[in-house]
Design a protein around this ligand. Structure first.
Ligand SMILES: [Zn+2]
Ligand SMILES: [Zn+2]
Length: 83
């Protein structure tokens, strides 16, 4: 998920913190929807679940296991040896 975090720490008033339009008040951060860690997130094309590298890799492993032997062979270009 993307969360905007208010990082305004009361900017120097002499520079005039602009309040809600302060550049530091809406900083986007990305969080994993599974483990809730703040990190770079990834998602599948038709899915809006956003996962960190660690969590998406588990999903990819699970998807991979569902592929048939033939599909895995096609992926790597593995061919039956014809004699
Ligand atoms: Zn500010
Ligand atoms: Zn995660």
């Amino acid at each position: 998920m993307i969360k905007t975090i208010n990082e305004c720490v009361g900017c120097h008033s002499e520079l005039g913190c602009a309040g809600s339009s302060c550049l530091h008040s809406n900083v986007p951060h990305t969080f994993c929807d599974n483990c809730k860690d703040e990190s770079v997130v990834y998602s599948f094309p038709d899915d809006d679940v956003q996962l960190c590298e660690k969590c998406i890799e588990l999903e990819l492993d699970a998807e991979w296991k569902q592929l048939s032997f033939k599909e895995k062979c096609e992926y790597f270009g593995v061919k039956e040896i014809d004699i």
